[in-house]
Design a protein around this ligand. Structure first.
Ligand code: F6R
Length: 276
């Protein structure tokens, strides 16, 4: 799945993996990274392996703490590529998963600003290739994604055990939902207060978020998860029957999902009978 049509390399495609298992129930691949940094390194490697060989890749991207190491690794890999190579991040068409409602794009807490710092700036991307859902007109996002031929690779994080969202689709979100304006759960607001000087009252209450149907339409999906506080989110999404109580469980029917998890989550999965 990860080798594309490139000549086989003598170096391992994925390093820093301590365990690798095709999950028996849903064909999902679960990669246990050797540490939290390796979650990002592995994600960058897989993402770039999954990019199509021709044309401008269409990639959906998350913000947050977990993908920061992935963005660092992408920027390093980009240094080895000519800028006109189709896998150079400057050639990617990117769709962010979400953006807060009510923040200006240049607000340091906006997801525009996050991407500028971690991806657009380091890779010198052109603004006309990088898109975000507009809280004022979220529905237009799906039309725009379709106009670029759909998403080749989507990378997402997952919410904490109490709010196991993907993108900002919280408990109760329809599996058939498209991009929309959503209300953040109290627990997500609490979790994200760390980006707002620890003040939950400063976290926007709403965001534009890619819908679960839009996410499932991506051709390949990578989910990154680090920290014990997400172990149950991951376990339940993988093993319990699909339910809107577990938004990430919508992925169980998808043919190409890889979970990249830190050692603590891997240990939780093993302890609860998921073979790794
Ligand atoms: C952010 C997003 C969220 C985060 C999730 C995990 O674009 O869509 O779903 O991926 O809240 O965030 P971190 O990585 O900060 O724990």
């Amino acid at each position: 799945m990860f080798e594309g049509s490139e000549p086989r390399s003598t170096r391992p495609i994925i390093s820093h993996v301590t365990a690798l298992k095709q999950h028996a129930n849903h064909g999902h691949l679960i990669l246990a990274a050797q540490d939290t940094k390796a979650v990002g390194t592995i994600a960058a490697t897989l993402l770039m392996k999954l990019l199509p060989q021709h044309g401008d890749p269409v990639v959906a991207l998350p913000t947050g703490s977990t993908p920061i190491d992935m963005y660092k690794e992408i920027a390093l890999k980009a240094l080895e590529l000519p800028r006109d190579h189709s896998h150079h991040p400057a050639r990617w068409i990117t769709f962010n998963l979400d953006e807060y409602d009510g923040l200006q794009y240049n607000d340091p807490q906006s997801y525009h600003a996050f991407m500028q710092e971690h991806f657009f700036g380091p890779n010198h991307t052109a603004a006309d290739r990088n898109f975000f859902p507009d809280p004022k007109a979220p529905k237009a996002y799906d039309t725009l994604i379709r106009s670029y031929g759909g998403i080749d690779v989507l990378v997402a994080g997952i919410g904490v055990n109490e709010s196991p969202h993907i993108a900002f689709q919280e408990k109760g979100s329809s599996f058939e939902g498209r991009t929309s304006l959503v209300k953040l759960s109290a627990s997500t607001i609490q979790a994200n207060a760390r980006f707002f000087e620890g003040r939950p009252e400063c976290v926007p209450t709403h965001a534009a978020s890619m819908g679960l149907r839009t996410i499932q339409d991506a051709r390949n999906i990578l989910i990154l998860a680090s920290g014990e506080h997400k172990a149950r989110s991951v376990y339940e999404a993988l093993t319990l029957p699909p339910s809107t109580d577990r938004p990430a469980s919508c992925l169980q029917g998808h043919h190409s999902v890889t979970w990249i998890v830190c050692p603590k989550i891997a240990a939780y999965l093993s302890a609860h009978g998921v073979e790794l």
